[in-house]
Every structure is written in structure tokens, then in C-alpha cells.
Design a binder for this molecule. Structure first.
Ligand code: CA
Length: 200
């Protein structure tokens, strides 16, 4: 691993520090982001109005680690995705279990035939009686990490999806109607059959 020398004299009184190996700064008790706390924001959408609530303290996720990436994955399989937070410079991988009240949900995996195999870049429009949810499949959006290549739709009180539209990267548009919820499904490009991988 490359090691570099100090560029100039540091001003320790103003919190400047230097380590020859940047991946070891946390071991020396330093903190790259000046002990800034993590933030967690809850989407409190009501009708057409979107309002985010700061729940950093309430969630317990507002620690002062040098958080550099966060991924979401429902590791407990209950339809509520957990958060995985990785700190720079080593340290613990922190998992925050999702204990929000349960609602309905749908997990969608994609299999491209003309598009790439995992459907990366696909856009989904999910229409229920209550609302329209839009998601794009970009699992590789975090620093040196990624989430599973699937889409997770939180549906709240909705017990059925009226219409699920997939806009594939190839330009193909695929529409499925009356989709059951609380399950993990797989949609294959150009295949009208919806495959259930796992149902609750
Ligand atoms: Ca969960």
C-alpha cells in the first residue's frame, strides 16, 4: 500500500492531522468528518406533499463514525429492509434492524434478455389504488459497496398492485396487471409470466 509523507507542518490546534496510511486514521483516534453525526430522514409523504422528517436520533443511527456507505437489504426476510453502514478506516459494519410497523411490500428481481442480465438501469412504475411508486434499479450507488440487484417496493396499506410497468434498458416496455403483494417475484424481459420466488 502506498504511503506518503506529510506535505507541510500541520496545525494540530485546529484539528489537522496526518497519517501515512489513510486507512489507519481511525485506529489513531482521528475522525475524518469531525465527529459529524449520521442523518436519517423519513419520507412523510402526504398526498402530493413530500416532507422529510429527521429521525437520526430516534433511529439510533446518528453515531459519529466516519460513515462512507449505506446499503439496504431485508436480511431478516420480513419485508422491511435493514440498513448496513460501513465506516471509513475500518471499524465495525453496523446493521440497523428495521422495526417500523409492518406494511405490504413487493420485491422485484429482473432478468434481461435483450437488456443486461440483471436489468440494471430499468425503471419500474407501480400503481396501486392509493398511489404511484417509481423506482430505478441502480444497486451500485454507494461508495465501494452495493445493494442487492432487486427493487423493494413499500406498499403500506395497499393489498394489490393494479399495474406494474417495467421500462427495460433496451427500450422494451412490459406491463403486468393485478400483481399480488408480500412476495419476491422475478420478471423476465419479454416473458408475460410473473415468477414467484418466495411468498410470505
Ligand atoms: Ca427486515
Amino acid at each position: 500500500m502506498a504511503k506518503v509523507d506529510n506535505l507541510r507542518e500541520l496545525d494540530g490546534q485546529n484539528g489537522e492531522f496526518w497519517v501515512r496510511n489513510p486507512w489507519e486514521f481511525s485506529k489513531s483516534g482521528q475522525n475524518l468528518s469531525a465527529y459529524e453525526r449520521n442523518g436519517v430522514f423519513l419520507n412523510g409523504q402526504s398526498g402530493d406533499e413530500t416532507q422529510f422528517h429527521d429521525i437520526g436520533f430516534l433511529s439510533g443511527a446518528d453515531n459519529t463514525g466516519d460513515g462512507r456507505s449505506v446499503s439496504a437489504w431485508d436480511v431478516t426476510g420480513d419485508g422491511r429492509p435493514e440498513l448496513f453502514v460501513r465506516q471509513a478506516g475500518g471499524g465495525a459494519l453496523v446493521v440497523y434492524e428495521n422495526r417500523f410497523p409492518s406494511g405490504h411490500w413487493l420485491k422485484v428481481s429482473l432478468r434481461g434478455t435483450k437488456s443486461n442480465r440483471f436489468g440494471i438501469g430499468a425503471k419500474i412504475v407501480c400503481e396501486t389504488a392509493e398511489r404511484v411508486i417509481r423506482r430505478e434499479l441502480y444497486p451500485h450507488i454507494n461508495f465501494l459497496s452495493q445493494s442487492p440487484a432487486m427493487l423493494h417496493l413499500g406498499l403500506g396499506e395497499s393489498e394489490q398492485i393494479r399495474r406494474l410497468t417495467v421500462h427495460w434498458p433496451s427500450g422494451q416496455k412490459q406491463v403486468l396487471e393485478n400483481v399480488a403483494v408480500d412476495r419476491h417475484v422475478r420478471i423476465t424481459e419479454d416473458d408475460p409470466t410473473l415468477e414467484t420466488i418466495q411468498a410470505r
